[in-house]
Design a protein around this ligand. Structure first.
Ligand code: C5P
Length: 396
């Protein structure tokens, strides 16, 4: 399955490092060459001897090991592989990656590489939930790094929750999917993302709470399947991913313009939370407080970008809308699918209690012409990967 492929496996210092021994065995069974790199902390959990024995090769450990540098240097080491995998990705390794540190061999390889990177986080659940880790995770996702897991379950520290590293078989499957197939190669896919800002005057605007996280994750997942992604984004909280064509817009009217310019496309995915209304005749100067009381703001309806594209002369073969609802999610979304003329609706509950808008997880219903699928609550990156796989099935 992976014959001729080379994977650099950077093993971090966590109890889950023992699973890497099995991962190495599985990768080699599939024909991949494994180049193992141990961080200093990793050697506290697995020995270089056992890693070398399973990998059947030298184990790299030290940035300043002159013999290794003379042999190939960290740049070649990081570029000779088809994929870099970090497992377990500890909180510390994730922080280093997010911050661009390069103070040991593993972190330097990650900075020097031009190859895709997959990380398998593993840590105590409180470390995983810590705002610093979640901030680093968002940064890594935005940098185009693929993430697998962590899973929920019993932890070595005696607690229960998210933080367990994905199992070796799961990591192998992700690596195989990443290296084997680029089923969307040659397909042009448009993705809208983020909120829109509708000006009231030069300093004030109307917006919504969309972070852009789901749209960004979707662009990454589609890119990873080989698609040529055109990413039209409103002012999102997270930066757009690498490796896609980015068009930044502010308002719904600008977004429609950028979307129409991006056609034709094979598919269009409308993950943006577009404002339904804009302020009619936004003031060109700052509105002042006056004795007459508060200003009377008039609204006009924004163009519906999804509906416009769904009935466009250049309509893509697959048009997917999102529906953020706070009640009777599926019924509203089904009606929306019919009204807007799109093929699928990805519906989710964005009531405050769901914690989805602005959060790291999503629980969606995929509504097609003849079915409704209720997906479990998953990290947004995983929802994106599964949606991208479905889009790929539909287009190929
Ligand atoms: O806001 P609403 O629930 O109607 O959004 C559903 C879908 O329609 C989303 O995919 C959104 O991106 C899209 N939409 C749009 N233009 C608008 C409003 C929504 O494309 N003006």
């Amino acid at each position: 399955m992976l014959a001729g492929k080379s994977v650099t496996l950077i093993i971090g210092g966590g109890i889950a490092a023992y699973k890497c021994l099995e991962l190495i065995r599985l990768l080699r069974r599939e024909g991949a060459k494994v180049v193992p790199v141990l961080t200093r902390a990793a050697t506290e959990f697995v020995t270089p001897m056992s890693v070398a024995a399973l990998a059947g090769t030298h184990v790299y450990q030290n940035l300043f090991d002159l013999k290794d540098e003379a042999e190939m240097g960290h740049i070649q080491l990081s570029r000779r592989s088809d994929l870099l995998v970090v497992a377990p990705a500890t909180a510390d390794l994730m922080a280093k990656m997010a911050g661009g540190h390069a103070d040991d061999l593993g972190s330097t390889l990650l900075m020097a590489t031009d190859k895709p990177v997959l990380i398998a986080p593993a840590m105590n659940l409180r470390m995983w939930d810590h705002p610093a880790t979640q901030r680093n995770l968002a940064q890594l996702q935005a940098d185009g790094i693929s993430i697998i897991g962590p899973n929920s379950g019993d932890m070595a520290c005696g607690e229960y929750g998210p933080g367990r590293m994905s199992e070796p078989e799961e990591i192998l499957a992700t690596i195989a999917a990443r290296l084997q197939k680029r089923p969307l190669a040659g397909k042009r896919i448009l993705v809208t993302s983020g909120p829109t800002h509708e000006p009231i005057d030069p300093v004030r605007y109307i917006a919504n709470r969309s972070s852009g996280a789901q749209g960004t994750a979707l662009a990454v997942a589609l890119r990873d399947l080989g698609a040529d992604v055109v990413f039209v984004t409103g002012p999102a909280q997270i930066p757009p991913p690498q490796g896609v064509t980015v068009h930044k817009v502010e308002t719904a009217i600008e977004m429609l313009d950028a979307v129409e310019r991006a056609l034709p496309a094979d598919a269009a995915i409308f993950a943006a939370a577009v404002a339904d209304w804009r302020v009619t005749d936004a003031s060109l100067s700052k509105i002042k407080k006056t004795a007459q009381g508060s200003p009377n703001i008039m609204f006009s309806e924004n163009p519906d970008i999804l509906a416009t594209v769904a009935s466009h002369a250049l309509r893509p073969a697959l048009v997917v809308g999102f529906a953020a609802e706070t009640e009777t999610v599926v019924t509203h979304a089904q009606a929306k699918r019919a009204r807007k003329g799109c093929d699928w609706i990805v519906a989710n509950d964005v009531s405050a209690a769901s914690g989805i808008m602005g959060g790291s997880e999503n629980a969606i219903h995929l509504i097609t012409a003849d079915s409704v699928e209720d997906w479990p609550r998953l990290p947004k990156a995983e929802v994106a990967r599964r949606l991208a796989a479905r889009i790929s099935q539909a287009l190929t």
